[in-house]
Design a protein around this ligand. Structure first.
Ligand SMILES: Cc1ncc(COP(=O)(O)O)c(C=O)c1O
Length: 400
C-alpha cells in the first residue's frame, strides 16, 4: 500500500489530500519520492515564514534539544522568555501568553474578554465577530468563525455572538452595545477570500470600542509576522488592538500560538484562570525566537519590501493581460488572493502538472502564501507557469 492509501486507511479522512508523497522540503521546494521538485506556494499554510528547514531555525532547535525539550509550566524557559521579549518590544503588548495553536490562542482571547466584561457587569459577555472570519476549530473559536457551515453541524451556538459583514459600518454600529465585551476581527480574512478591512470600518471599530468599553481583539494568526508587509497587519489601520493572537509562522514550523495582551488587560487572567501543558514549549519557542530575530532585521525587511512590491506589480501585469480569468487581486504582501472564479480548480491542477503548488480558499480564490524568503528565480518560475496556463486558457478550456 502506498502512503496515500495507508493515510486513508488509518487517519480520519477530514482533509482533502493532494496526490503527492513528499519526502523532503527545503526553502520553497518540496521533493516527492520520485525526486520531482515542486515550488511550494502553501508554505504549510503560512507557517514557513523563512521557508522549509531554514538553517537558523534548525540551529536554534538543535541548541535547545541539547538542553531540554519540555519541563512544564512550573519552570521558566529561556527560549520562551526571549520570544516573549521580542514580541513585547515590537508590539503594543506588555505580556504574552503562549498556547499551541491559533484556535487555542483565540480561546484564551475569548476567555480574557469575557472575564474583562464580567469585571464591569455580569452580562457584559457578548461578542461581535465578522462574517467569513475564521478563528479555528475549537468550540469557542468555531462559534466566533463567521461561516455558518463550520458551526451548524454542532448544534446550539455559543450565546451572544453576532456576526457582521466586514466593512459594513452600519451593521457594526447596530451590533455593538454596552454588553459587548469584545470584537474579534482579522485585518485580512485569510480563509474568507482575502477580504481586507477598510479604514472607515476600522475607525468605527475604534469609536465603538471606546464608547462601549469593548475590547478590540485582533486575530493575526495568519496575517502576523510580516506576511502582509508589516510586522502586524493592524499597523496599517487607525487602531491598536487591546489583545492579539498569533500562531502559524510563530513556531518556525512547530506548533505554537500566542496571545499578546496590552497593559489595559494584562491583569485580567489570574493564576488558575487559564493554562496549557505544552503552551510555550521550549523547542517551539526557540524556533520562534530564531524566526523573529531574522524578520526583525532591518536588511531583511528592506529586501522583503522590494520583493513584495515587485510581486504585486507582476501580479497586476498578469491581471491586465488576462482580466477574463483574474477578476480581482486581493490581500497584501505575500498573502494574496487571485479571484479566478470557477477556473480555480483547473488552474490548480494545471499548475501542479507544472510542479507549482497553489492553494484555493473560498472556492474561487487562488491563495498565494510564498515564504518571505522567496528568491527572484522562484518568483519568476511562478509567473512563467501562470503565464503558460493563462496564455492557452481560452483555446484549451473555452472561456467561462
Ligand atoms: C486567522 C486564523 N485564525 C485562527 C486559525 C486557527 O489556527 P489553528 O489551525 O492553528 O488552530 C487560522 C487557521 O487557519 C486562521 O487563519
Amino acid at each position: 500500500m502506498n502512503l496515500l492509501d495507508q493515510d486513508r486507511k488509518y487517519i480520519l479522512p477530514i482533509y482533502k489530500r493532494l496526490p503527492l508523497e513528499i519526502v523532503k522540503a527545503e526553502g520553497m521546494i518540496l521533493t516527492d519520492q520520485e525526486g520531482k521538485e515542486y515550488l511550494d506556494f502553501y508554505s504549510g499554510i503560512a507557517v514557513h515564514t523563512l521557508g522549509h528547514r531554514n538553517e537558523k531555525v534548525l540551529e536554534a532547535m538543535r541548541v535547545q534539544m541539547e538542553n531540554f525539550l519540555h519541563l512544564s509550566n512550573y519552570f521558566a524557559a529561556p527560549s520562551a522568555v526571549t520570544l516573549a521579549k521580542l514580541l513585547v518590544e515590537n508590539s503594543f503588548a506588555s505580556k504574552v501568553f503562549f498556547a499551541n495553536s491559533g484556535a487555542e490562542a483565540n480561546e484564551a482571547m475569548l476567555k480574557l474578554a469575557r472575564k474583562y466584561g464580567r469585571s464591569i457587569r455580569k452580562d457584559k459577555v457578548k461578542f461581535v465577530a465578522l462574517e467569513k472570519g475564521f478563528h479555528g476549530r475549537t468550540y469557542g473559536a468555531m462559534n466566533l468563525t463567521g461561516t455558518p457551515a463550520y458551526r451548524e453541524p454542532f448544534g446550539e451556538a455559543l450565546e451572544g455572538i453576532t456576526h457582521v459583514r466586514i466593512n459594513d459600518v452600519d451593521g457594526l454600529r447596530s451590533a455593538v452595545d454596552q454588553n459587548t465585551c469584545g470584537i474579534f476581527f482579522e485585518v485580512i480574512q485569510g480563509e474568507g477570500g482575502l477580504r481586507e478591512m477598510e479604514e472607515p470600518f476600522a475607525l468605527e471599530l475604534k469609536r465603538l470600542s471606546e464608547k462601549f468599553d469593548a475590547l478590540l481583539l485582533a486575530d493575526e494568526v495568519q496575517t502576523g509576522l510580516y506576511r502582509t508587509g508589516t510586522l502586524f497587519a493592524y499597523e496599517t489601520l487607525p487602531l491598536t488592538p487591546h489583545a492579539m493572537t498569533l500562531a502559524k509562522g510563530l513556531g518556525g514550523g512547530l506548533p505554537l500560538g500566542a496571545l499578546l495582551l496590552s497593559k489595559k488587560v494584562e491583569h485580567v487572567l489570574r493564576p488558575g484562570d487559564h493554562g496549557s501543558t505544552f503552551g510555550g514549549n521550549p523547542l517551539a519557542c526557540a524556533a520562534g525566537a530564531a524566526v523573529l530575530e531574522e524578520i526583525l532585521e532591518k536588511e531583511f525587511q528592506e529586501k522583503l519590501k522590494v520583493k513584495m512590491d515587485l510581486f504585486l506589480e507582476k501580479l497586476k501585469a498578469l491581471q491586465t493581460r488576462y482580466p477574463e480569468v483574474i477578476k480581482e487581486i486581493r490581500g497584501r504582501g505575500y498573502m494574496v488572493g487571485l479571484d479566478v472564479g470557477e477556473a480555480s480548480e483547473t488552474i490548480r491542477e494545471e499548475a501542479m502538472k507544472r510542479q507549482l503548488l497553489l492553494n484555493i480558499t473560498g472556492g474561487t480564490v487562488l491563495r498565494l502564501l510564498p515564504a518571505l524568503t522567496m528568491e527572484k528565480k522562484e518568483m519568476d518560475r511562478f509567473f512563467l507557469v501562470m503565464e503558460e496556463i493563462l496564455s492557452t486558457w481560452e483555446g484549451r478550456y473555452g472561456s467561462e
